[in-house]
Design a protein around this ligand. Structure first.
Ligand code: GDP
Ligand code: MG
Length: 195
């Protein structure tokens, strides 16, 4: 099955303008090189490739059909320099997301530690809110360079009270499951289910 039904692309500045009420902003965070752009790049069309290569931040608007219902997500790729630049401002990626995907590489322990720090920072910034967060261990295809076990990833997600999945953007393994899981998390919050 295909991951996305309709996708359009936007490189406009960050902010809520022009985004419908029914669109959920999902922000990807994580150290440089862990695979954020590769994970969202699955939504990227070939003809957009060249223009986007120069851009620091890219948003992908996608409608996913999950369990027979459509949900629109605005996926926001981020880069380290941009996150740093916007820190403290109201446009900060830490403030504008309705939901977060925190990515580390299973081949890079320091990126796993950064993921914990991002989770703490997010909790501090958005204290009272019950924001959906998924912790993602990417690059599972690089079996022989693995530095972070699946058990460690899972345990970290328990401590930080978020969902967890391991993916390979290169093999497109579990990527659909990741975004479907995000849609289900968002719906649970929307429907006021007891978490
Ligand atoms: P970003 O800085 O977090 O956006 O990371 P990128 O998406 O730019 O990926 C950084 C590098 O890791 C690129 O060379 C990707 O091809 C590679 N990469 C990303 N995801 C995977 C993966 O799942 N497996 C492998 N082997 N390489 C990956
Ligand atoms: Mg990137």
């Amino acid at each position: 099955p295909t991951l996305s039904a309709h996708c359009s692309i936007s490189s406009d500045s960050v902010g809520s303008e022009g985004v419908g009420d029914a669109t959920f902003r999902v922000v990807l965070l994580g150290d440089p090189g862990v695979g954020k752009s590769s994970l969202v790049g699955i939504f990227r069309r070939e003809q957009d490739r060249e223009t986007q290569e120069q851009q620091q931040q890219v948003m992908y608007e996608c409608t996913l059909t999950v369990d027979g219902e459509d949900t629109s997500l605005l996926l926001m790729d981020t880069s380290e320099s941009e996150v740093r630049k916007l820190t403290g401002s109201s446009d900060s990626p830490m403030r504008i997301g309705h939901a977060y995907i925190i990515v580390y590489s299973v081949t890079d322990r320091s990126s796993f530690e950064s993921a914990s720090e991002l989770r703490i920072q997010l909790r501090r910034t958005r204290q009272a809110e019950n924001i959906p967060i998924i912790l993602v261990g990417n690059k599972t295809d690089l079996v022989r360079s693995r530095e972070v076990s699946v058990e460690e990833g899972r345990a970290c997600a328990v401590v930080f009270d978020c969902k967890f999945i391991e993916t390979s953007a290169v093999l497109q393994h579990n990527v659909r499951e990741l975004f479907e899981g995000m849609v289900r998390q968002i719906r649970l919050r929307r429907d006021g289910a007891d978490m």
